[in-house]
Design a protein around this ligand. Sequence first.
Ligand code: FRU
Length: 437
Amino acid sequence: MKPKYHISPISGFLNDPNGLAQFHGIYHVFYQWLPDVVPQGSKRWRHCVSDDLIHWTDEGSVLEPDEWYEKNGCYSGSGIVAGDKYYLFYTGNVRDAEGGRETYQCTAVSEDGKTFVKKGPVVYLPDTYTPHFRDPKVWRKEGRWWMLVGAQEKGKKGNVALFVSDDLQKWDWIGSMLNPVLDWGYMCECPDLLEVQGPEFLIVSRQKEDGCRGMSFAGKMDYHNGKFTVTDNVGKLLDEGFDFYAPQSFIDESGRCLLMGWLGSGEIDYQMSQPAVKEGWLHSLTIPREVFARDGTLCQRPAKELASLRQNGQSTVCDGNTMINRGTASMEILAEDLNGETLSLDFGTAVSICWDNRQHILSVRRAKWDAPGYDEKHLPLAGLEKLQIFLDQSTTEIFINDGEKVLTMKAYFSENVEIKVFSESKITVNTWVLEVS
Ligand code: FRU
């Protein structure tokens, strides 16, 4: 069930991507990790490296919760390159004797990208927040260092705290960055700020009573006043699927803005019900995605490096009912120039995608693994021109209309996925087996 080209734990439990950066040409990805398959516990940072975003080497666990300021977990955070050093910023999670929470924003530094030396806390909890204060994201702008921390105001409302520094050690708290009148749920986890060809976007994993979702908000950062003003109050779901949370972006050495998310999420029972648990591991990261702006919204497309995995390309002209079987559950499916006609694609019995041209709704159905029946999503779209789908044993990522929307989910496939295409008119479906050599 383990994906072949997605970062997944050898064993144990994975959640958020952390510390993403490119340092001396090498891509570094860390993830929240527990050695056992249980969703809660003292999280560590597990480290992977790659020189091409495709072949990942596991470097083991690098931040272990062994100091007083992180004794109950090295929680999420970010990475930046400054001079010839690689800095990690993360949350030290501490539980006191009564079960109360303490939080410390900490740093660790590396000169070689292998050994990270902990420097301890650099940011303490300002008075206006509860200890739900975590996930520092650091970046450079206007000649200074800036840090966002996901926060909960004492009134139990989500916001994002902003800090500034000139040396990465002494940090000044500027204040809460977001207009409190807007709906930031009860906590904003994993904040991020990105600038792609002009527009700026705030990303937060917003926790609300009715669900926790990764959102993007277009807007403008005023570094002088320390406020981010949204131009879109509602925001956009970064992903429409069932299993996507806690995304993080970084700018690579070529200037691309890349993003990865946790290909997982949800209530503990839902997570633990997954078939992968029996194999001693759980969850993956998404494929690396390139982020760009179109029509003022944040869009994502697969990083171009993914194309190097393509083996054995096949083009199938489909009209009416057609079956395609590539003898694998790790593949890419690309259908372009769709002329808007009604269309459906079934991937074995696990996933089906159906475009209804009359209603202008794309419906995605995924078989439940622990009960009969399906989970469904229905996305209204102006039209359907392109579908690019990545299957990988137990994961599915669907890129719609060149990144206009993305839908990510777990789906447990059998070994050979039979693709059943139904199309009201003639379309071409390209398929590749994806293999990491
Ligand atoms: C998001 C999150 C973060 C936290 C981490 C702990 O999934 O809750 O806010 O740092 O997971 O693993």
